[in-house]
Design a protein around this ligand. Structure first.
Ligand SMILES: [Zn+2]
Length: 78
């Protein structure tokens, strides 16, 4: 199990077709999977997606942190 830091969504890069998952409860990750990695907020380190498989964490997967309100995206490269 690895912990991967997401990164902030840059201004203007958000695709129109995707949605942003809102974390309602800062103590509960938005997504639960069966993969090897935890994904945490780039701003505050809060757990946003637990046990995710990297293939599902694409550019379209964005999570708004319930703690610091930062919108994160998982993909770090292009
Ligand atoms: Zn945060």
């Amino acid at each position: 199990m690895a912990t991967i830091s997401m990164r902030p969504v840059r201004e203007g890069e958000v695709p129109r077709d995707g949605g942003t998952a809102i974390q309602d409860d800062p103590d509960r990750p938005v997504f639960h999977g069966n993969g090897p990695d935890d994904y945490v907020c780039a701003g505050c380190g809060n757990l946003l997606a637990a046990a995710m498989d990297g293939v599902y964490m694409t550019k379209k997967v964005r999570v708004k942190c319930g703690r610091c309100k930062l919108v994160n995206v998982a993909v770090t490269g292009e």
